[in-house]
Design a binder for this molecule. Sequence first.
Ligand code: NI
Length: 128
Amino acid sequence: MEPISLEVALASFTETWSPRIVTTVNDYDVRVAKVDGEHVWHVHDHTDEFFLVLDGELHISLREAAGERTVVLPRGSVFTVPRGTEHKPYAPAPAAILVFEPTGTLTVGDHYEDLPDHVDATTGHELT
Ligand code: NI
């Protein structure tokens, strides 16, 4: 195992909404992704999902019991989407994020709405 530069990891691919696994912690993956535009409404039934914004700005829309709201995360912000909460990430401009979630977690959750072509349904790709 060697240290991994997130900057180098992010420079190694161009696809958006297609996370790379940079390391694992016990049963969790640390993944980085380039993001731009809309993701898709989805829900993770069994796990919370942690977001850290590395660059740019990420919006996450949430459908909660009280209604729908959107949280805005500037660079350097963290947010955890609770398990069972329907959510849709959105980046108004190219941005980079780090997500921390159990290994095997699908980017589009256990249930999702119509999957656009630009969204990769994956459990994360290896860094190359
Ligand atoms: Ni999610």
